[in-house]
Design a protein around this ligand. Structure first.
Ligand SMILES: [Zn+2]
Length: 205
């Protein structure tokens, strides 16, 4: 039986997802009490361990919860009534009809997005996106000058590999959080936000 840490490690290796907390706050009040906000780090297009079943590329749009204020995506954690062709949204409890082209689904004929091992699925959307891709680099500057130099080189390499027309954002954080305004000459100015790191440290002690 795997330990909790091993379980979390395997989930991170499979999904490329890491949260600041592994429990979801039960209420808005609980969420406000969190010393560090609930945050998720996600690695898109993560390469998975060779021992895992590789996930097929899905060349269609995801099925969304029909409640206008929800729009959660059909996933293996949704309860499905295969006979009635209905799925329950785990976020808002809405009962959703499957779209007409899912009429052939059954317990033993599931679409890939309902396979229990595919907790992360990547879709290639059919609807053409009109916006240029956006990349935001969030950089922790609490490191030695040598590490910072090599990080800078890595960032420049990453920038050179971005598609033409991509929009780029840069946020750095150390004692302060800085949002940088970029232009073709480099950084023209930055907005500095004071963060309550001291407060967080005190509360953690
Ligand atoms: Zn929903």
């Amino acid at each position: 039986m795997a330990t909790w840490e091993e379980y979390l490690g395997s989930q991170q290796a499979n999904d490329g997802v890491q949260f600041t907390w592994n429990m979801w706050p039960h209420s808005r009040v609980d969420a406000q009490k969190l010393v560090v906000p609930l945050t998720c780090f996600f690695t898109p297009m993560k390469e998975r361990p060779p021992t895992e079943v590789s996930q097929p590329p899905l060349e269609y749009d995801p099925v969304l919860c029909q409640k206008a204020s929800c729009k959660a995506i059909l996933n293996p954690l949704c309860a499905v009534d295969f006979r009635a062709k209905i799925w329950m949204c785990p976020f808002c409890n809405n009962r959703n009809q499957f779209p007409a082209h899912y009429s052939a689904i059954a317990e033993d004929n599931r679409p890939p997005e309902l396979y229990p091992q595919f907790t992360t699925i990547e879709y290639t959307l059919k609807k053409a996106t009109t916006m240029a891709p956006i990349f935001v680099f969030v950089v922790d500057t609490c490191m030695t000058a040598e590490e910072l130099k090599s990080l800078k080189e890595c960032l420049q390499t990453a920038l050179s590999l971005l598609p033409a027309g991509a929009l780029v954002g840069l946020v750095t954080f150390g004692r302060m959080v800085q949002l940088h305004e970029l232009n073709t000459q480099g950084i023209s100015r930055s907005y500095v936000f004071k963060v309550e790191i001291e407060k967080i440290r005190v509360e953690n002690d």
